[in-house]
Design a protein around this ligand. Sequence first.
Ligand code: NAD
Length: 474
Amino acid sequence: MSDTSHIYVDGRFITPHGTELFALHNPASGEVIGHVRLGDEVDARNAIAAAKKAFPTWARTAKDTRIALLKRMHDAMAARRDELLAAIILEYGAPAARAEWMATYAATSFLDAARALEQYPLEQQIGNARVIMQPLGVVGLITPWNSNAGFICSKLAYALAAGCTAVLKPSEMSASQTVVVLKALHEAEAPAGVFNIVNGRGDVVGAEITSNPDVAKISFTGSTAVGKSILKEAAATLKRVTLELGGKSPSIILDDVDFAEAIPLALQVGLNNSGQACINGTRILVPESRLDEALSLIKPAVEKMKAGDPKDPATVIGPMVSQTQYERVQRYIKKGIEEGATLVVGGEGHPEGASGFTVKPTVFANVTNDMVIAREEIFGPVLCVLTYKDEAEAIRIANDTPYGLHAYVFSGSQQHGINVGEQLEAGRISVNGAPHHPDVPFGGFKQSGIGREYGIFGLQAFLEPKALMGAAAS
Ligand code: NAD
């Protein structure tokens, strides 16, 4: 059992004012592995006050000072990589390969932000004005459980790079991972109050951060439903917002591609992070005339995927994070069957030999784009295969969604894939498996969000231009 009883405010580990104990689980077995003592509104207010006190000094620091802190944070996170890796596997259940990426990314995001700051001109001359990119103030960073350390580190890195101070509220379900991050970041010796972390419930700590007039901006990653409520709440004090929300991303398999190459890649982007990634390509679009060929590759590949114990190196699909998430995925699988989609592989219940919150990797065919399973984000390893008659229809179906976070195109010709990609409505489009790049903007069209993270776009999101007219650039 590992219990987490502290939050981090004003450079110190303190016992929260809040007293609620929240159980933490090993999702592979369902067993309770510890408890976290949650903070409350008082803790959130204290953290905001500490960040407010630290802001005027941090906002005036030179680039060098900020970059030096970001590098120390990177080094401290890298030094605790193995500890973080163990916590990710135990508490979140990410399969080993995914967990390794997550543990490394948490550290490198500080270097990514340092690089963006190095390159970005914080001042420029326009007309008769010195235009100064000024940090926004105290920012509230609210993050989900599906890449806990990565989201904390990435949001914090860009906020600090911009000269903002921060109050973070990570997911209450990820407290063991947060503790490792906290210990590392404390060792980096940031000035007191520059960052503060309060474990707590969304409707308590998160709500205080969202409504508090001393918070200038909210950067939120999570569900579209909560994102909308944050946007409404933030309007009262006209906070700036960055919202990174849900998705229902299409993977278009064009007729000119070798299916034997494209289908494994489509399955990979569809099921990455056990299906608990906002960017999963969960709607696979194939030419109508080649559905059987596609399914003849998809079915055996998914049947072979081992689901369950994340410590087993053969495991591809880890458990869902919680019982609630397990039940949510079960409901969608049931719904798909009721809607008349064809169950190709998987289905309801646990995979053989697995327990805890593990679900069967599941693929439906003969899905139409108006079915609930094609429209709503499931957030589990459940894929829909849809067919199209021609390319125009493929593009229409791909864009016929309230979301617009990501899209994937697979083509035998890179240029053909790019031509189709240009017609898709999504913040990021990957052609033929082009991988993530940390400097490239990330964010959603439509109900997948507002604003962008990463690189100079991510840095700008924590800055506001101030035009000092009558002054020359320094
Ligand atoms: P969630 O929206 O339930 O919670 C996210 C965070 O918001 C948690 O810390 C939660 O405690 C907090 N929260 C909940 N209610 C709140 C409120 N009223 N006020 C303030 N904060 C509140 O999401 P989740 O279940 O933790 O994560 C899964 C969702 O996140 C999925 O929809 C997924 O698509 C999305 N996601 C998006 C991205 C992206 O970059 N676009 C990345 C990862 C996850």
